[in-house]
Design a protein around this ligand. Sequence first.
Ligand code: DGJ
Length: 715
Amino acid sequence: MIPHPSVAQETTIPILTENNALVLRAGKNGDLGVIFLGRKLSNAAEYDEVPGMFRQGDDYTNSLNAAYTPSGARNLLEPAITVTHSDGNNSLDLRYVSHRFTKVDENVSLLSVELKDPVYHFDVTLFYKSYYREDVIEQWSEIRHREKGNVLLQKYASANLYLKGDRYWLKQYHGDWAREMQPEESQLTHGIKTIDSKLGTRANLFQSSSFMISLGTPATEDEGAVFYGSLEYSGNFRVDLELDYLNNLRIIAGINNYASAYTLKPGESFVTPVFLYTFSDKGKGVASRQLQRWARTYKLVDGNGDRQVLLNNWEATYFDFNETRLAELIKDSKKLGADLFLLDDGWFGNKYPRNDDRAGLGDWQENKIKLPNGISSLVREAQNTGVKFGIWIEPEMVNPKSEFYEKHPGWVVKQPARAEHYFRNQLVLDLSNPEVQDFVFGVVDHLFTENPTLAYIKWDCNAVIYNAYSTHLRNQSHFYIEYVRGLYRVLERIRLKYPKVPMMLCSGGGGRVDYAALKYFTEFWPSDNTDPAERIFIQWEYSYFYPAVSSSNHVTDWGKQPVKFRTDVAMMGKLGFDIVVSKLSENDLRFCQEAISNYKSLKDIIWHGDQYRLVSPWESEFASLMYINPERTRGVIFNYLVSSRYGSGSKLPVKLKGLDPARKYRIREINLYPGISSLIEGEKSYSGDFLMKVGFNPQVNSGRTSVVLQFEEVL
Ligand code: DGJ
């Protein structure tokens, strides 16, 4: 028996950010609980007065609000951790031992809390990394033991939190290809609500690991208490939301333990992915701006840096192109005013040419018929034309009809005795295997070694994992976890060697976006659905969690809207084009060229400023979003008609947000289609106070379906 790690007195541990507090308490018996999560107190000494543990059972010995709920001992609710010890015993108890705050820098602190089982040599460290100015906390745990044999981790969450709000509204997201980020908001009832994924790759495709919970009443943009959570993990995830009998909400988030019991050897440690959260008592808008700021500063590659406007050839050509056609498109990029030409799928494969999505994936050699002079000649062509060159890859996947598969049938994920099962005619490579990791790294490395001026990578991932099995792994229960570890190892190597190259995280859409992946990428592809009427909604929902600079929005031929509408919508993030420039009418081309030039003068505000959602497309006949620079002197407002009903439009002025009430602003319309004059009188100026209280009518209607307004301080 190990000495009982009881603490002589209660210890209260507040984690403070600029506006919020997360407070832990270790009780006298060593139970560690979450006693508060919300707006911080003015006097930190008063956290000692916050009521402590919320007991379960009639012996009052264990808490509902455990900071990391173990199972098999005194706990009867959903656990954060479940283990089978080396002696076959299933019980775990975790008691507080000590804690330590480390200052990472002037804005970031790290709290670590040591927990120990009183009976077994089994320890857990809980980590809470807090970002003061952004009000964001990242939480994860590290699990270790020194038992005589292996321990089986049956469940191993990243975080376990406790909210007190009496009533809770969960806003969650579901989706599918071309329908990503479909929101649903509903009141949580007693019991457990689970959001999870078992897809292996593209883990966020059907359900997103990002969610929000309003406390008391559903939060609006500017009012109400709201918690945002998101798991930084690109594999199977699981979030359990348990409303307990005291009407408090237990949140347990981490890797999905589905088919993934993990064998932990003595002395080894298991580090969980990070669960990220923020809280606002001033509505969803504040919370999203906190998260966006945090992401730009701490997560995204070059989040505060520059991006390039690109022309992609996917929808212009699909798989059907050759050097001459591409040379034309490269020239079109220049004509349009784009900075980069991005060559998409279809450039590789010889024995099995990649002429459609049924063959060639995995054979990363240029197709000799389409590109007899190779990629390098295209890179040169781009250079001579004055644009950069980028390329599409999908290096984690193969078509069974490929030379790769003929050579390495053991490198794909499939069940040895079962029929292969495909998603988009392809199989997933076994990234748990270091040789496969080398291969995937090699695909990227080779492209850069051959073409040192290559300026952009679009990394796609179109299949989920069926028939999960690795010939490399001895323990198949580790497969899903080792796949993700393998993926991160590859991305880590790429970033070590090519730290700044822009890379787009694409998954046949947004099925893979999360903040662990975005650590390696500059941007993501929200959806293959580029119909602007749909994109307004999809981008609106992503914007709660991801900054505009990370959202690749391309103008395509999807939808029925005119090119102005499509471009205006794409301008709300990282603008790109995927159209046949040579088919544009003279006016359409002129419009696009002028829009790109407007965009370049505003991009810094769109990418790095504050974003305010003014009028929701879900609740109105039109949508309105604004972006403002940190100095509050310049900004842009995008307005779109979303209803096709007769007489729809912006009948009332839209109240702006985030302005300085004392400053005067002039508003003028930009992105006007050639020959169309504005209804907005651009010479008048208004105080910020006026614009925020009375507002300004963008005059959106069926004749003006998309209106972009730029505002500027008048001195
Ligand atoms: C799916 C992506 O989302 C598209 O943009 C395109 O790159 C295709 N894959 C290519 O196969």
